[in-house]
Design a protein around this ligand. Structure first.
Ligand code: SAM
Ligand code: SF4
Length: 322
């Protein structure tokens, strides 16, 4: 499958400490000089655009904690061939940033939200009580500003939010926001265990039993999520079965970490160091182009996630960006 989508992590820092993402007591982050400068990210994206990448998603850590993110978005939107720049955020700073993000050309935003209950929100993110209210205000502002479609990313965790599936369906119907249910992946902090895992198949069965048929929604398919109308509730939900159903043959994406490593697969530690190419005295665009061409060839020739997975994934999610 052609690579048309690049996820760029702009920082490994975050104002939240989600239990399934950041290890307990995490204090050390990548030193600033090791983080790619915006100009360096734009240079890499330019080369990717020459290979047919059209869509960029900015992620983190929390991308909105990095200063001047709007200048990066502006630079990326200036690149011929880049049609869309989107953002995955925890939503905490969205209220204050939505307008400027829209002005510089951000197309749309996904907000991660695992519970609609303030106390549970505070428990899972370790943020102050009141943070949920700010996130909800941020979502509202993003919609108002026209960063559409705004979508929710909801990681399902047994014993934590499996009793809120119906509430998320109502939320989707009331606010016209697609909710994408994501399987908990075994790459996070201390919070993952098999007992906490809920397969997407369970959610589908639950929704069909409760609300009737899930009607597929026609979308321009950019990723692994498939969207469905939930009976006649008016809600639209998506499913990301990243653990129970691999989608290697449909994978159109690669990832760039904040310290300049190109990851060919979320679940594999095979990384190509683009920062050392960019910062080498012998740097030329041709050298970067050749390095990226080699990496993409490797991705095309690897026979599915099993081959890549055999390398394992030792990074935590906040360093990759999901
Ligand atoms: N801070 C931003 C946010 O939370 O949206 C962007 C970075 S975060 C790492 C990107 C996505 O990864 C979020 O939707 C988060 O819920 C998801 N994520 C983190 N750890 C995960 C895990 N162990 N399993 C599944 N999804 C995870
Ligand atoms: Fe931060 Fe996002 Fe990870 Fe939560 S999921 S700790 S908000 S990077």
């Amino acid at each position: 499958m052609a690579i048309s989508y690049l996820r760029v992590s702009v920082t490994d820092r975050c104002n939240f400490r989600c239990r399934y993402c950041m290890p307990e007591g995490k204090k050390e982050f990548i030193p600033h000089p090791e983080i790619l400068r915006y100009e360096e990210i734009a240079e890499i994206v330019w080369v990717f655009s020459q290979f047919g990448v059209k869509s960029i998603r900015l992620t983190g850590g929390e991308p909105l904690v990095r200063k001047g993110l709007e200048s990066l978005i502006y630079q990326l939107k200036e690149i011929d061939g880049i049609r869309e720049v989107s953002l995955t955020t925890n939503g905490f700073f969205l209220g204050e940033k939505a307008e400027v993000l829209k002005e510089v050309g951000l197309n749309r935003v996904n907000v991660s939200l695992d519970t609609l209950n303030p106390e549970k929100f505070s428990y899972i993110t370790k943020a102050d009580e009141g943070a949920l209210y700010r996130v909800l205000k941020g979502i509202e502002k993003a919609k108002e500003t026209g960063l559409n479609p705004v979508k929710l990313n909801t990681v399902l965790i047994k014993g934590f939010n499996d009793n809120e599936i119906e509430e998320f369906v109502r939320f989707s119907a009331d606010f016209g926001i697609e909710v994408r249910f994501i399987e908990l992946m075994p790459v996070g902090g201390q919070f993952f265990s098999r007992e906490n895992f809920i397969p997407i198949s369970y959610v589908k069965e639950f929704l069909e039993e409760k609300f009737g048929r899930l009607e597929p929604v026609k979308t321009v398919k950019m990723g692994p999520a498939k969207s469905f109308r939930v009976g006649d509730t008016g809600a639209v939900v998506g499913f990301i079965p990243s653990v129970s159903q691999h989608f290697c043959s449909e994978c159109n994406r690669v990832r760039l970490t904040s310290n300049g490593k190109l990851r060919l697969c979320l679940m594999s530690d095979r990384e190509i160091d683009l920062k050392s190419v960019l910062r080498s005295p012998a740097y030329s665009r041709e050298l970067l182009r050749k390095t990226i061409a080699g990496a993409l060839l490797l991705k095309r020739n690897v026979d599915g996630i099993e081959a890549l997975e055999s390398l394992g994934c030792s990074r935590k999610m906040f360093t990759i960006g999901g």
